[in-house]
Design a protein around this ligand. Structure first.
Ligand SMILES: Nc1nc2c(ncn2[C@@H]2O[C@H](COP(=O)(O)OP(=O)(O)OP(=O)(O)O)[C@@H](O)[C@H]2O)c(=O)[nH]1
Length: 357
C-alpha cells in the first residue's frame, strides 16, 4: 500500500443515527458512493458498549471488512485496542493476508469524546506514519439533539469537534425544531457544513478523499472554542469518565413472545424512575423467519424491523440480545425492572466508571 491511509471518525450521541448514516455512505446504490469510487475497499471499525456487540450486524455493504471493538468506550479503555486493530489491519494488508484498503471509517460509541481518538490517530507514532486523520462526521439527532446539547457535555464535544454535521431524523422532527438545532450547531461550530440526513445532495461525498480536509485544518481553533465554552481541561475530562452511565446486556436462547415484549418495553420506556438513554437489540420473536432489530432512543421506540442478514434457516434461532444504556442511578433496580423483557435471560451489567480502567 502506498501513501497514508485516510481515517474518518463517525461520531454522534447514543442512537443519533451513526450506523444508519454509515449504511448510506457505504451503499453502492447511493449517488456518488464512496465505496464504489474508492480504489480499494473501505474497512469499518465499530466500537460499542455492552457485553455482546450488535452494531456489526447492522452495518451493510462491507462484507467481512469490519472490526468490532467491544465492551468499553473507544475514547478511554479501548484506545489501546483501536491502536492494535489499526496496526493489525495495516500489517495484514501489507503481508497480503487481506486485500489492500483505501480508507478506514471508525464508528465510535454514542458516549465517546472524539478528542482522544483524534489525538491518538494524529500522534500515535505507528499510526500517524501510516494513517492520515481525515476528519470527523458527527450525527446529531434531529428529534433529541437540542435536549442532548443542553444535558450532555459529550454531545457538545461531538458537535464542536465535527468537520461535518449531519442532522438525522428530519423526517420525524418538526421543521422549527430542526431550524433551531441548526442555529445551535452553527453557534457551537460555525465552520462545519451542515447536512440533513434525509435529502442532502452532498452527503454521499463525505467519505471522498479530502472532502473534510478544510475542517480538519480548523480543529485547533475549535478546541479553543470548546475550552472557552466548557471551562478548559477540567471539563474536557468529564465526558471520558462516563461514571454516571451503566450498560445492561441481556442474552437469552428462548424464543421471545412479541406481545409480552412490547408490553414490557412500553412499561420500561414509560417508567419515570429509569433514565434510559438507548435500547438496542436483536430479538428472535416466536414464529418469525428473521431476527428483528429493536431500537429505542430516550423514551422513543422505533419500528422493529426484520434483519435480512439473520434468517432462521441460516442461523439457529434463539440468540436474542438486548442492550440497555441508562443513568446509573437506576442501576440497583434494573434487574427487577427488566425481568419481563426477556424472561430467564442472562444479565451482565457494566458501569461507565470501569470503561476507563
Ligand atoms: N425515521 C428515521 N429514523 C432514523 C434515522 N436515522 C436513524 N434512525 C433510527 O434511529 C434508530 C437508531 O439508529 P442507529 O443508526 O442505530 O443509531 P446509532 O447512532 O448508530 O446508535 P448507537 O450506536 O447505539 O449510538 C434506528 O431505529 C434507526 O432506524 C432517520 O433519519 N429517520
Amino acid at each position: 500500500m502506498s501513501g497514508r491511509i485516510p481515517v474518518t471518525v463517525v461520531s454522534g450521541f447514543l442512537g443519533s443515527g451513526k450506523t444508519t448514516l454509515l449504511n448510506r455512505l457505504l451503499a453502492p446504490a447511493d449517488a456518488g458512493p464512496a465505496q464504489a469510487q474508492a480504489a480499494a475497499p473501505i474497512v469499518v471499525i465499530v466500537n460499542e458498549l455492552g457485553a455482546v456487540g450488535l452494531d456489526h450486524a447492522w452495518v451493510r455493504h462491507i462484507g467481512d471488512r469490519i472490526v468490532l471493538l467491544e465492551s468499553g468506550c473507544i475514547c478511554c479503555s479501548v484506545r489501546g485496542e483501536l491502536v492494535g486493530a489499526l496496526r493489525d489491519l495495516f500489517l495484514a494488508a501489507l503481508h497480503r493476508k487481506m486485500p489492500a484498503f483505501s480508507r478506514v471509517v471508525i464508528e465510535t460509541t454514542g458516549i465517546a469524546d472524539p478528542a482522544p481518538i483524534i489525538y491518538t490517530l494524529k500522534y500515535e507514532r505507528f499510526l500517524s506514519d501510516r494513517y492520515a486523520y481525515d476528519g470527523c462526521i458527527s450525527v446529531v439527532d434531529g428529534v433529541h439533539g437540542a435536549q442532548q446539547l443542553r444535558q450532555e457535555p459529550v454531545a457538545v464535544q461531538q458537535a464542536v469537534l465535527a468537520d461535518a454535521l449531519v442532522i438525522s431524523k428530519t423526517d420525524l422532527a418538526a421543521v422549527d425544531t430542526v431550524a433551531a438545532l441548526e442555529r445551535s450547531l452553527r453557534a457551537l461550530n460555525p465552520g462545519a457544513p451542515q447536512y440533513l440526513a434525509q435529502d442532502a445532495p452532498g452527503l454521499p461525498d463525505l467519505l471522498r478523499a479530502g472532502s473534510l480536509r478544510a475542517g480538519v485544518a480548523g480543529l485547533q481553533s475549535r478546541r479553543g472554542l470548546w475550552d472557552g465554552l466548557r471551562g478548559g481541561s477540567a471539563a474536557r475530562g468529564l465526558p471520558a469518565a462516563h461514571g454516571d452511565i451503566e450498560v445492561l446486556t441481556m442474552a437469552s436462547d428462548a424464543a421471545v413472545r412479541r406481545p409480552a415484549f412490547i408490553k414490557a418495553i412500553s412499561a420500561l420506556l414509560a417508567d419515570s424512575g429509569v433514565e434510559l438513554l438507548r435500547v438496542k437489540g436483536m430479538l428472535w420473536f416466536e414464529g418469525d423467519s428473521h431476527a428483528s432489530a429493536v431500537h429505542a432512543v430516550h423514551r422513543q421506540l422505533y419500528p422493529m424491523e426484520p434483519m435480512e442478514t439473520h434468517a432462521r434457516a441460516a442461523q439457529s434461532p434463539g440468540a436474542s440480545v438486548l442492550v440497555l444504556i441508562f443513568r446509573a442511578a437506576a442501576g440497583p433496580l434494573m434487574p427487577d425492572k427488566v425481568a419481563q423483557l426477556l424472561p430467564g435471560a442472562q444479565l451482565s451489567l457494566s458501569s461507565g466508571r470501569n470503561f476507563a480502567q
